[in-house]
Design a protein around this ligand. Structure first.
Ligand code: PLP
Length: 399
């Protein structure tokens, strides 16, 4: 370990709030789908900053877009009109079911806003006890007091109670459980079409269709959280396209501005009509720099060739992982470049071994390794992963 590495880690440990278990190295730069640390080690990246860095590192088009945007206005507030946020909102509407967009700075904020919009719709109709928000087992919607209430994990929630009231948990992919949870008190139903943090579980089309019908029956707002699974990750621009079901609201964040912080709430006119000046706001959200970059990102991701690449390489990833012969593997699942490898054991040691073998891996819960690499990854990188993983799993079995 060089002095620089040692010093940075020590400074971090001495001065930052210790809420993250960071890996024991200091990243300095990246190229393509590889990151490098201050000791000169290279890591093939299957994490992408947790499903954010879809173009990998050192991408010329992205850095040009950022440089160009940085010569213009950085921030103006939402007191004034600027072109980039209007153009990005227009493009998002053109490429989705939505009629209107509200920008945020993160995923949690986008979901928080989505819940507020759903509650406002019920309030406008004079339905003051229509405040419940139905979420699902293993969901992850954020860490704010509202979104944490919709992230039903005891470890995350318990120390921070009381959270937002009105959260109701139903079983993911269980229509009967959803029927029991959704009623006239339901203001919104929020679901990830493919769950990320919860272990890479895809909602069945029948389940999403049932939710659509239940929301229509009880005049509840159907929210698809595509913060992790959207923007090309599953091989279609939006993950819900595969089901043929459209929501009333969809939330986005993570890759939308190629690594710059931005979130978005996309919605129908019917939902939007209940929000008026003063009902919601954010100082930074939708600033000219991030929205200008996000427009370039969205244009590129929505190209059919880009999406076809995700499907091809994603299928290859799932296929090659399925070929690994190890008694520790119980399932390979996922769609596009959002793939989970479930093991019969805790995957923590494998993540640590990955660092020693030049791989960045991340878990999704205790037993699932989650692969959410840059979307520009190629098959040769998958081959390297599978070779290394096969050896690592072999050693783990023998340990
Ligand atoms: C599906 C989903 N929703 C919401 C969030 C929260 O996003 P953020 O961390 O930007 O607040 C995440 C983050 O992992 C996520 O995966």
């Amino acid at each position: 370990m060089t002095d620089l590495t040692h010093d940075v880690i020590e400074l971090e440990q001495d001065h930052l709030l210790q809420t993250y278990k960071r890996a024991p190295f200091v990243l300095t730069h990246g190229e393509g789908v590889t990151l490098y640390d201050s000791d000169g080690n290279a890591y093939l990246d299957f994490v992408a900053g947790i499903a954010v860095n879809i173009f990998g590192y050192g991408d010329a088009q992205l850095s040009q877009a950022i440089q160009k945007a940085a010569t213009g206005l950085i921030h103006t507030s939402n007191l004034y009109h600027t072109a980039p946020h209007a153009e990005l909102a227009t493009l998002l509407c053109e490429k989705s079911f939505a009629d209107r967009v509200f920008f945020s700075n993160s995923g949690a904020e986008a979901n928080e806003g989505a819940v507020k919009i759903a509650r406002k719709k019920a309030y406008d109709k004079g339905l003051t006890d229509k405040i419940e928000v139905v979420c699902f087992t293993h969901a992850f919607h954020g860490r704010t007091m509202g979104t944490l209430a919709l992230t039903p994990k005891e470890k995350y929630q318990k120390p921070f109670k009381p959270l937002m009231p009105g959260a109701v948990v139903a079983e993911y992919n269980d229509i009967e459980s959803a029927k029991a949870a959704i009623n006239e008190k339901t203001a919104a139903v929020i679901i990830e079409p493919v769950q990320g943090e919860g272990g890479i579980h895809a909602a069945t089309p029948e389940f999403l269709r049932a939710l659509r019908e239940l929301c229509d029956q009880y005049d509840a707002v159907l929210i698809f959280d595509e913060i992790q699974c959207g923007m090309g990750r599953t091989g279609t621009l939006w993950a819900h396209e595969a089901s043929g079901v459209t929501p009333d609201i969809m939330t986005l964040a993570k890759p939308l501005a190629g690594g710059l912080p931005v979130g978005a709430i996309l919605m129908t006119e019917e939902v939007a009509s209940h929000m008026h000046p003063g009902d919601h706001g954010s100082t930074f959200a939708g600033g000219p720099l991030v929205t200008s970059v996000a427009k370039t990102v969205l244009e590129r991701v929505s190209q059919p060739e880009f999406l076809a690449h995700v499907t091809e390489v994603g299928d290859y990833l799932a296929e090659r992982l399925s070929e690994i012969n190890s008694p520790l593997i119980s399932e390979v699942r996922g769609r596009g470049l959002m793939v989970g490898l479930e093991l019969t054991v805790d995957v923590g040691p494998l993540v640590t071994e990955g660092y020693k073998n030049g791989l960045l891996l991340v878990n999704a819960g205790e037993n699932v390794l989650r692969f959410v690499p840059p979307l520009v990854m190629e098959k040769e990188h998958i081959d390297t992963l599978v070779d290394k993983l096969t050896l690592m799993l072999g050693e783990m079995k023998n340990a």
